[in-house]
Design a protein around this ligand. Structure first.
Ligand code: HBI
Length: 97
């Protein structure tokens, strides 16, 4: 299903509500770096997000080093940011705090 890329205005409005996320240099993705008390808790976070990603059919680009997780969200089908990225970022903020 084709999904629309956010306009500049929509992107700015969305980012204003996602202060923990940074816009990539090329404007096509948002990134958040997280740190957890342990590797086990970092991986548990990734597991919860993984199940949501499957449910939403929207998957993060992410990496994990011990207690840290870096999450990058972009919509490949739109060639940039879409509402799916905003919704997933909100979900992640809800899980990670
Ligand atoms: N995840 N981040 C992201 N971007 C996509 O475009 C995307 C996805 N997960 C699944 C998906 N697209 C499928 O809908 C398409 O590959 C068919």
């Amino acid at each position: 299903m084709a999904i629309a890329r956010l306009t500049e205005e929509e992107r700015a409005a969305a980012l204003a509500e996602l202060p923990l996320w940074r816009l990539s240099a090329d404007g096509t993705a948002i990134e958040r770096r997280l740190r957890f008390p342990s590797f086990a808790q970092a991986f548990a976070f990734m597991t919860r997000v993984a199940f949501e990603a499957e449910r939403a059919d929207h998957h993060p680009e992410w990496s994990n080093v011990y207690d840290r997780v870096t999450v990058v969200l972009t919509t490949h089908d739109a060639g940039g940011l879409s509402t799916r990225d905003v919704e997933m970022a909100r979900f992640i903020d809800g899980v990670a705090g």
